[in-house]
Design a protein. Structure first.
Length: 256
């Protein structure tokens, strides 16, 4: 009696080395690791230089000192937003920064600074600061920087202010600039300083040592016109040195 058996056929497994998907995955993995090493770990993209432009040497050197620790870091891993915040927090005279990566090894920084409209001082002159048209003080200065600048004095002697803080509303600064221009260019009156007595009153001290009192809530152009008429008709230049003040705050002009 014959025995019949069933033969099992075994399918040979293909070698993984002959699998195209394997080699594709392998090459992609190698490529990812290679690029990761190139962009993150290699020296190719290490920061070698930080170029700072649009500013003077003094400020440039100070900014470089603050961010010097970024040299040698990977250019892709440096947080430009954090760098921007750090610089702005330490230098109130800077209004805006433009930071860019310039591959492979350079960070570029363009700086925009505040323009001084005048100088704001405590009345004792023990501390003075640049102030811009927005009424923001942004840099402490010495006497050597005060020549030829508009000086604004504050009666708030004991009050402490912070750099970058708005201490005058822009409208007041604008009025002061308007008065300074009119007095200097049209009336040929040289100004020593301005004193903000209150929100309503502004005193101007001339270099001839007499004062002009303005009401900041009134029409400054009208007050200046009245001043011009008064000086032309009643107080000629040779008599001005004997003046003590001209008060423009009321309907009637007072002078002594």
């Amino acid at each position: 009696m014959k025995r019949f058996g069933i033969r099992k056929r075994f399918k040979r497994k293909k070698s993984i080395l002959k699998n195209r998907f394997f080699w594709l995955s392998f090459f992609i993995l190698i490529l990812v690791f290679g690029l990761s090493y190139l962009f993150i770990f290699s020296q190719v993209f290490r920061i070698e230089e930080i170029k700072i432009s649009n500013t003077d040497d003094s400020l440039r050197l100070k900014v470089e000192e603050v961010i010097k620790n970024e040299i040698g870091k990977n250019i892709f891993l440096v947080n430009l937003n954090e760098m921007n915040k750090e610089i702005l927090s330490q230098f109130p005279e800077i209004t805006q920064l433009n930071l860019k990566r310039k591959l492979p090894r350079i960070i570029s920084i363009q700086i925009e600074t505040r323009e001084p409209a005048g100088i704001w001082c405590y009345q004792s002159y023990d501390k003075c600061f640049f102030i811009n048209k927005e009424g923001i003080i942004f840099k402490e200065i010495g006497e050597e920087s005060m020549e030829g600048k508009i000086i604004i004095l504050s009666l708030k002697e004991g009050e402490i202010f912070t750099l970058g803080e708005e201490i005058l509303v822009p409208q007041i600064v604008e009025l002061i600039l308007e008065i300074e221009k009119e007095l200097g260019e049209n009336l040929k009156i040289e100004i020593e300083d301005f004193t903000i007595v209150s929100e309503k009153r502004l005193n101007v001290k001339t270099k001839e040592n007499w004062g002009i009192y303005f009401n900041l809530e009134k029409d400054i152009e009208l007050e200046l016109t009245k001043l011009k008429v008064l000086l032309e008709k009643e107080i000629p230049p040779e008599e001005r040195r004997n003046l003590k003040y001209i008060d423009l705050r009321f309907e009637k002009i007072f002078y002594k």
